[in-house]
Structures are given as C-alpha cells and as structure tokens.
Design a protein around this ligand. Structure first.
Ligand SMILES: Cc1cc2nc3c(=O)[nH]c(=O)nc-3n(C[C@H](O)[C@H](O)[C@H](O)COP(=O)(O)O)c2cc1C
Ligand code: SF4
Ligand code: SF4
Length: 272
C-alpha cells in the first residue's frame, strides 16, 4: 500500500504525548517516504473542525492516558471529528505517566476501528507524569525513543508489504470504568472540582497559561481558571515563573501516593 501522507493527530497539554508523536511520525515518514501533516488537537479551535482521511493516508492518533482511559473531555471530540474512509490505516498511541495504561489503548483502538479506520498498530509509551517530575522521571529516554522507532519500523513494514491488514489481537469487550485515583492512605481522592490557583505576587500577567489551556478555561483579564478544568497541568507547566499551582488536599495526596508507589520503571507496550 502506498501511503501518500502521514497525518498526526495529537492532544498534548504538557508535551509528553507530542514528543512520542514526533519521534514515531519522524521514523514513519523516513520509512514510508511520505510527507507529515500535524494536527494539534490540543488547541480548542482545532477540535471544532471535522477531519476526514482517505485510504492512502496513514493517521497516527496520539493521546495521553487520564484515569486509565482516553481523557473524557477529548473522547467525544475524537469520535465526532477524526473520521476514516472505511479502510484508512491508523496507528493508536497512548502516552502514560508510569502508573498504568489500564483501558486507554484498547479504548483508542476500538474508537478508531469504529470510525472508519483500520488500526494497524497500537503502542503505549511512558513519559513523565504531568502531576510530578518524580513519576515517570526522565521518560521518554533513549531506550523509549528506540522503541518508538521500532514501533514505527514494524508498522511501516506491515503497511508496505501489501498483505490485507488483519484486526489487531486485542480484547474487544466493553471498556471498563475510569480508574479511581487514591490518596496516600489508600482511600479515594476526590479532586474533580479542583482548579489551579495563582501566586498573584509573582504572576507577570504574560498570558502564557491562557494560551496553553486546552479547555480555554483561564480568564485573560484575571488569569484565573473560570471554566472547566481537566487537571491537565498545562498552565502549571507553561508558567515561566511557577505562579500556577494546585493546593487541593486530595490532589496533593494522590500525587504523593503516585510518588510513593509508582517508582519502578514502567514498560512500554508495542502491538504491531
Ligand atoms: C488528569 C490526569 C490523569 C492521569 N491519569 C493517568 C493514569 O491513569 N495513568 C498514568 O500512567 N498516567 C496518568 N496521567 C499521566 C499522563 O498520562 C502523562 O503525564 C501524560 O504524559 C500527559 O500527557 P501530555 O504530557 O501530553 O500532556 C494522568 C495525567 C493527568 C493530567
Ligand atoms: S503564565 Fe504564569 S506568569 Fe503568565 S499570566 Fe499565567 S500565571 Fe501569570
Ligand atoms: S486550568 Fe485546568 S484545564 Fe486549563 S490548563 Fe490549567 S489544569 Fe489544564
């Protein structure tokens, strides 16, 4: 099968997913000698449009894992706007912070297969956890990047060999519930309503957090989070003076729990 274009759809508030997307797409482009088109699905305006992909395009869909699933606010937008033409080849990539990928990869494959794509490969790669530099620390590293390129190589070979693509061998039963985050004492952490706060004394009102928020939830006059917050940490991570922070006790306790329990090196998953 001759692939004319590689289209990369990536939702990446703190940049980890985008890093995996770029390494994987770079190797795919080299192997398939095809141009790459990037669709930044982190930007709210880009998630308002519908994208239809032809059978000679390869679509690499990359999403972070939130609570063991595709981020729940992203899910309906992926389902409604990222559309194949029946047999459009796709690759599913989930990026997770070293706790667990749980149902997210399976969920993405099933979503794509139900949206006019034929998912030829799926992978989950570890990256630094958005909540803490100490979870998934230093990931992705050289060994991860090697595996990203390995995944791309195998996917490219599969697409180029011309044999009909068989469905990926994954469990196709109903997707399980979202992971319930736990506090350090093992009880459920309830931080759905938590929002970032701002250290007014050091905020320079540069507006970078406003631009970074994928939910468009930060008021450009007050710099306060006024709309829906998905706890993605984009505002915290993009603030050049570290003025944004979360003070919610359950959120902080969950982060502490992750720092205590997710210390072992987590493995990537490659299915191709
Ligand atoms: C709200 C939220 C929930 C998360 N849930 C999980 C999870 O269930 N398992 C896991 O391993 N990592 C989890 N993470 C970590 C992210 O998957 C990881 O930080 C990812 O790289 C974030 O993507 P980004 O850097 O592209 O924004 C979560 C992060 C956030 C912000
Ligand atoms: S990015 Fe930081 S310094 Fe800039 S407006 Fe937002 S909180 Fe203030
Ligand atoms: S306000 Fe919430 S949704 Fe917006 S960038 Fe900050 S953490 Fe993410």
């Amino acid at each position: 099968m001759k692939i004319k274009q590689i289209c990369v759809v990536s939702f990446s508030p703190t940049g980890g997913t985008e890093r995996a997307a770029r390494v994987t797409a770079g190797e795919l482009a080299r192997r398939l000698a095809a141009e790459t088109r990037l669709i930044d699905f982190t930007r709210p305006e880009n998630r308002q449009r519908e994208y239809r992909f032809a059978p000679d395009e390869l679509v690499l869909v990359c999403t972070p894992v939130y609570a063991g699933r595709i981020p729940n606010k992203l899910l309906p937008e992926l389902r409604a706007r990222i559309l194949g033409a029946g047999q459009t080849p796709a690759l599913a990539v989930c990026v997770f912070g070293g706790r667990s990928v749980d149902e997210a990869l399976r969920e993405l494959v099933l979503l794509l297969d139900g949206n006019g794509f034929h998912t030829a490969g799926a992978a989950a790669f570890v990256c630094r956890h958005a909540f803490s530099d100490r979870v998934g620390a230093g990931r992705p590293d050289d060994a991860d990047r090697l595996q990203m390129r390995e995944f791309a190589r195998k996917a490219a070979e599969k697409l180029e060999c011309g044999a009909p693509l068989s469905p990926l061998p994954i469990d196709r039963s109903e997707i399980g519930p979202y992971y319930t985050p736990l506090k350090a004492d093992g009880t459920p952490a309830r931080f759905l309503k938590a929002k970032p706060l701002t250290r007014e004394d050091i905020c320079t009102r540069c507006g970078l957090c406003v631009q970074a928020c994928p939910m468009h939830s930060i008021d450009e006059t007050t710099m306060e989070a006024v709309g829906l917050c998905i706890k993605c940490q984009a505002c915290v991570r993009h603030c050049p003076v570290h003025a944004k922070y979360f003070a919610d006790a359950d959120f902080l306790s969950h982060t502490a729990m992750l720092e205590q329990t997710c210390t072992e090196r987590a493995e990537n998953i490659l299915l191709v």
